[in-house]
Design a protein around this ligand. Structure first.
Ligand code: ACO
Length: 398
């Protein structure tokens, strides 16, 4: 029998909060989120304003260094990044080693982890500020190249190397869609859509992947390994993987005849494991402000590219029906950032398996900023407690 008094001695007083629904893990000055009111700000600036007026690189600078850059600072930042956009030629051997149909997120996590093998100075103890900053710059500079190479490899196309006269987002799109012709130009409408999407994903305080990056980093682990752990956390369909799951769900509904009422009923049925992907959020109990911006961007982009995607109509019908259904109203389930992002990514020409990789590209500045803040604040190693529920008084029979 369990000796309860002994058990209390062993565990002390523990707060048990499964899923950390109401437990703060840190203090942070990066992102402000009010889930009841549907407000999101990076370093005090409303997400709506940043998505409208800033470039992704400006937002990356804001998140990582704490203030928007001056024109000169932005130019220096862009130039420094440009010097590190190439990846080591030996890294290309990984692409040849992965099975050709392997999931892009599995490749991404491995490749980011492998950066620590190429740049061992990243795990040198007591790095100076300059050394630490160089590790940050290298990761920011190389991720678009890695992501574009994964895409090109999946198609069996030759790799396109970075062109450093381009800005960050244009360069990424060049490596992804660039043809080997002299006169190929990246479409500025796609550049602007991509900037917006990446900004909207750039940080979201202590979500699953960001908390993972911070907790791995809290053991004094290097940035590359910490971020690759964040990539693993992001892959799950309850987190970043939801953007792939949404488009697959919308496709299934379309193939099933487009009866949205039937699928809403399935989502409400507690005996059916189906969930309405892209709906609900741990923190937002009001409209996700990012979803509002993405919904509008989705209409604009499809119209400007002259694309008529039938799943957009299904998505709108689903949203309308769900928002008037008592099940969704009572539980405060609204569309989240992933509900419309996949439709835009598809319109830009990306396959659905690739959507979560694009999320990672956007979230990178947030992961870096949070990891850097955790280090600067000299936070202790993250080590949660537990409430033990197993046996305590057993002896071996032999
Ligand atoms: N469809 C149907 N019912 C839902 C949904 C949904 N998408 N989301 C939540 N519910 C219901 C639950 O069944 C539960 O009902 P109950 O009270 O009758 O048992 C209630 O709403 C509360 O749900 P929880 O799972 O407790 O909420 P939690 O905060 O733990 O989960 C989550 C949030 C994971 C986002 C959830 O809403 C979900 O699975 N959504 C679909 C996946 C998704 O879109 N994820 C992306 C999130 S955004 C991001 O990571 C970028």
């Amino acid at each position: 029998a369990i000796d309860i008094s002994k058990l209390r001695d062993l565990t002390g007083h523990i707060t048990l909060d499964l899923g950390y629904k109401n437990t703060g893990s840190t203090k942070s000055a990066i992102t402000f989120l009010d889930g009841e009111e549907g407000i999101l700000k990076y370093r005090g600036y409303p997400i709506e304003e940043l998505a409208e007026k800033a470039s992704f690189l400006e937002v990356a600078y804001l998140l990582i260094y704490g203030a928007l850059p001056s024109d000169q600072e932005l130019e220096n930042f862009q130039n420094t990044i440009s010097k590190h956009t190439l990846i080591h030629e030996d890294m290309k051997k990984f692409f040849d080693g992965f099975p050709s149909k392997s999931h892009p997120m599995a490749q991404l996590g491995s490749l980011v982890f492998s950066l620590a093998t190429f740049y061992p100075e990243s795990f040198k103890q007591n790095q100076t500020y300059e050394e630490l900053n160089l590790t940050i710059i290298k990761l920011l500079a190389k991720l678009p190249t890695i992501v574009a190479f994964i895409y090109k490899k999946s198609l069996g196309h030759p790799l396109i190397y970075p062109k450093n006269k381009y800005d960050y987002v244009t360069n990424y799109l060049w490596m992804t869609f660039g043809q080997r012709t002299e006169d190929y130009e990246v479409n500025p409408k796609i550049v602007s859509a991509m900037n917006k999407l990446l900004i909207l994903h750039a940080d979201h305080e202590q979500n699953c992947s960001t908390s993972t990056v911070r907790i791995v980093g809290s053991s004094d682990c290097n940035l590359y390994a910490s971020v690759s752990a964040g990539i693993a956390a992001l892959w799950g369909p309850l987190h970043g993987g939801a953007n792939q799951a949404v488009i697959e769900m919308l496709e299934r509904i379309k193939e099933d005849g487009g009866d949205t009422d039937k699928w809403i009923a399935k989502a409400k049925d507690k005996n059916d494991p189906f969930r309405m992907m892209g709906f609900g959020h741990r923190v937002y109990k009001n409209f996700d402000p990012r979803a509002k911006i993405i919904k509008k961007a989705c209409d604009d982009i499809l119209e400007s590219l002259g694309i008529n995607d039938p799943v957009l109509a299904i998505a709108k019908r689903l949203e309308e029906a769900a928002l008037t259904d008592p099940y969704f109203i009572e539980r405060k389930l609204y569309p989240n950032v992933d509900f419309y992002s996949g439709i835009i990514y598809r319109a830009l020409g990306f396959p659905s398996e690739f959507f979560t990789v694009l999320f990672a590209l956007g979230r990178l500045p947030g992961w870096i900023a949070q990891w850097k803040e955790m280090k600067e604040n000299k936070e202790p190693i993250g080590r949660p407690r537990q409430v033990y529920t197993g046996e305590v008084n057993k002896t071996m029979s032999k």
